[in-house]
Design a protein around this ligand. Structure first.
Ligand code: ADP
Length: 262
């Protein structure tokens, strides 16, 4: 009797373990499936919005007999803007999808990170100047790291672009570079509008924008930070945000100096 009981007991726990594992796996698959479904529905929504605007604008021109030239030009200008927006979304989506695919093959080389940051800021200064925003770079030490230059440039450019976009006129953007024996750290701080606490956990999600109407006015696809986070994770790094609404925002990126593939 005793032996049989023990056997039963074991078979029962085994079966239970297997069914637990199976349920767990099903649960994970469901989460994946849900997030894929949500992504596709988000994409469709985002792509349809500019189309809907264009349709309204085009329809209202078509249904009028005599369209004053000013009105015609204004509406056509608006249509062109919506086309640009559609283009931005598609480009960002392609970048994201491409990243997902190449997660295993980063193009790693020894990169001078000081030079990389200088180049990024040189490219973005003209945009900052339009809002009379000053960008300052503080390099605490020379840093060379094993990174994918293109992807890291994209990741950091997105942060600096945001620091300009969500800033006030005559504000500032402060970029700093530091390192210890294991990691380098890029910090991007701004004097901008800040991010409400309840949104801070979500801003890295695809298509998430704090203030839809305001962000729409400013321009942007809601994909920039998702792209940045992807690139950082591919480098086995981490990214953090600190923000006070009305005061400003700081993003800190930490990347290993040496790339270790799995
Ligand atoms: P977007 O294309 O809308 O800029 P991102 O993915 O780059 O998309 O950013 C997501 C959202 O996070 C933005 O819409 C904005 O609301 C918020 N955000 C990002 N960076 C900043 C910043 N430096 N200051 C304030 N808000 C920011």
């Amino acid at each position: 009797g005793y032996v049989v009981e023990v056997l039963h007991e074991n078979t029962f726990t085994e079966t239970k373990n297997i069914s637990d594992a199976f349920n767990k796996m099903l649960g994970r698959m469901k989460v994946l499936d849900d997030s894929r479904e949500e992504f596709v529905s988000n994409v469709s929504h985002e792509l349809k919005t500019p189309l809907a605007s264009m349709k309204v604008l085009a329809d209202s021109l078509v249904t009028q007999d005599q369209v004053p030239i000013e009105l015609y030009q204004e509406f056509m200008g608006d249509i062109a803007k919506e086309i640009d927006r559609e283009n931005d979304i598609i480009n960002d989506l392609l970048t994201l999808v491409k990243m997902d695919k190449t997660a295993q093959n980063l193009n790693i080389s020894q990169v001078n990170v000081n030079d990389l940051l200088e180049l990024i800021l040189k490219r973005l200064r003209p945009i900052a100047e339009k809002k009379q925003i000053e960008i300052v770079l503080e390099s605490f030490r020379p840093v060379t790291a094993e990174i994918d230059e293109v992807k890291m440039t994209l990741a950091i450019s997105n942060l600096v672009e945001n620091a300009i976009k969500y800033n006030h006129d005559e504000g500032w953007v402060h970029v700093s570079l530091n390192a210890d024996h294991k990691y380098f750290y890029v910090k991007v701080s701004d004097s901008g509008i800040g991010i409400p606490k309840e949104d801070q956990d979500h801003i890295f999600e695809r298509f998430y924008r704090v203030d839809k109407s305001h962000s729409r006015e400013i321009g942007g696809t809601g994909l920039g930070l998702a792209i940045t986070r992807n690139a950082v994770i591919m480098h086995r790094g981490s990214i953090k945000v600190y923000s006070e609404p009305e005061e400003g925002t700081t993003f800190t990126v930490r990347i290993p100096l040496i790339y270790v593939s799995t």
